[in-house]
Design a protein around this ligand. Structure first.
Ligand SMILES: [Zn+2]
Length: 408
């Protein structure tokens, strides 16, 4: 097949969508169900309609554009929500590339038997109640309690956010019932890391996606006077956290290289010049592409935290906030993508993904694949996010060829 996508049209779409929710100099803020997101949804549905696709939306606000056919559905997509002050490619590159592929299939009357769909999933970025709200709803793996009791990062209960929309907790919980039977799912996404750019390769084929654990942890000590409490009598929660952070980082870096541990959010109480900290609350994020390693790391970190607590006269406690399982990408998909890159004469790099994507969730119900393109300096979730259009052109051509092969 010598059909190619139209990169000028795809570029125009991405730039046009980037105007919605954009604030001068501070990037794009388009969290799901915000005013800018609702505007972006209308724009997207309009684009799908103009492309001659059958548009539908499920109870979680996931938007689909479909070319009808016989048999199981071949789907491609990503998300159009963004983090606060995010960039224009994380998400839209995947949704709008898939749209462009379906447009080319229609325009060229390429014969396909199976139904084809472009998908845009709600709240991939987790601005509301944990990552992947839309794709989790789509596969029917959502905890109702989290929706009912969840408070968003904007300080409002999730139920309040829904009041401005046509969606309810019931409609979100039931979204999966509208799901067509799937044959495969593919997603183009920026790498959000530096590897492809450093290797000067336009296309990364992801062979496994890391699973993650998000815990909220605390060291509890005793607040006391910074001038009068001798070191040996202190129960300094911040010194405990510092000790733990260094030990945990060193442990994962030396024993489980390739896996990650990060403490990204720290509160020190009471938080004063002259008071020895009595308590620290902190986030603990650790990831691995291996399920066994993830379990081993969890066990080691717990032992380490208990040991630090015992040595320094503290108590350690933790609460599991979110977990995702590592997944290997189905051979059927990596083989197909590799073969199509051979046909198109595109060099590729096979690599793991340390970040989670909708693909990881979809992989629970169908064979799912992730295609990475380089992003400048590995930067994402920032107004500085940037790509080379020729990289996206190649990735979208690959997507087009893979979709046609899958849907024949
Ligand atoms: Zn994304």
């Amino acid at each position: 097949m010598d059909t190619r996508i139209n990169i000028d049209r795809l570029e125009k779409d991405i730039i046009e969508l980037s105007q919605i929710g954009s604030t001068k100099g501070s990037g794009i803020s388009r969290p799901s169900f915000s005013k800018s997101d609702l505007e972006a949804r209308e724009w997207l549905k309009d684009r799908f309609q103009s492309a001659g696709l059958n548009v539908r939306q499920d109870g979680a606000g996931n938007i689909f554009g479909r070319i009808d056919g016989e048999g199981k559905t071949v789907m491609a997509g990503s998300h159009i929500d963004s983090v606060i002050n995010g960039g224009m490619f994380d998400g839209p590159a995947g949704v709008l590339s898939a749209l462009e592929c379906l447009r080319r299939i229609q325009e060229e009357n390429i014969p396909v038997a199976k139904p084809l769909e472009v998908a845009s999933f709600t709240d991939e970025e987790g601005n509301l109640v944990g990552d992947f709200l839309g794709s989790r709803a789509f596969i029917g793996r959502l905890d109702r309690k989290i929706l009912e009791e969840g408070v968003t990062q904007f300080g409002l209960p999730f139920s309040e956010i829904l009041k401005g929309t046509e969606f309810t907790i019931d409609s979100i919980m039931n979204a999966y019932k509208d799901r067509p039977e799937l044959d495969a799912f593919l997603e183009i996404h920026i790498e959000q890391g530096p590897v492809l750019e450093a290797e000067d390769i336009s296309i990364g084929i992801v062979d496994r996606i890391a699973g993650k654990n998000h815990w909220l942890c605390s060291f509890l000590g005793k607040a006391s006077h910074a001038g009068t409490t001798p070191f040996e009598l202190r129960h300094d929660a911040f010194v405990g956290l510092s000790d733990f952070t260094l030990k945990a980082t060193q442990h994962v870096a030396t024993r489980h290289y390739g896996s990650m541990v990060t403490i990204g959010k720290v509160f020190v109480h009471p938080g004063a010049f002259s008071i020895v900290p009595g308590r620290t609350d902190f986030s603990l994020d650790f990831r691995s592409t291996s399920k066994d390693t993830l379990e081993t790391i969890a066990k080691s970190l717990l032992e380490m935290a208990d040991e630090v607590a015992a040595t320094r006269g503290l108590e350690f406690s933790y609460k599991i906030i979110d977990t995702t399982e590592p997944i290997p990408v189905a051979d059927r998909i990596t083989n197909l993508l590799t073969e199509e890159c051979g046909n198109l004469d595109y060099p590729i790099l096979t690599l793991p993904s340390g970040a989670g994507h909708d693909t990881q969730i979809l992989a629970e119900v169908t064979d799912s694949g992730l295609i990475f393109i380089p992003c400048e300096d590995g930067i994402s979730h920032s107004p500085e996010e940037n790509i080379k259009w020729e990289d996206l052109e190649k990735a979208a051509n690959l997507l087009l060829h893979a979709l046609v092969s899958l849907a024949v």
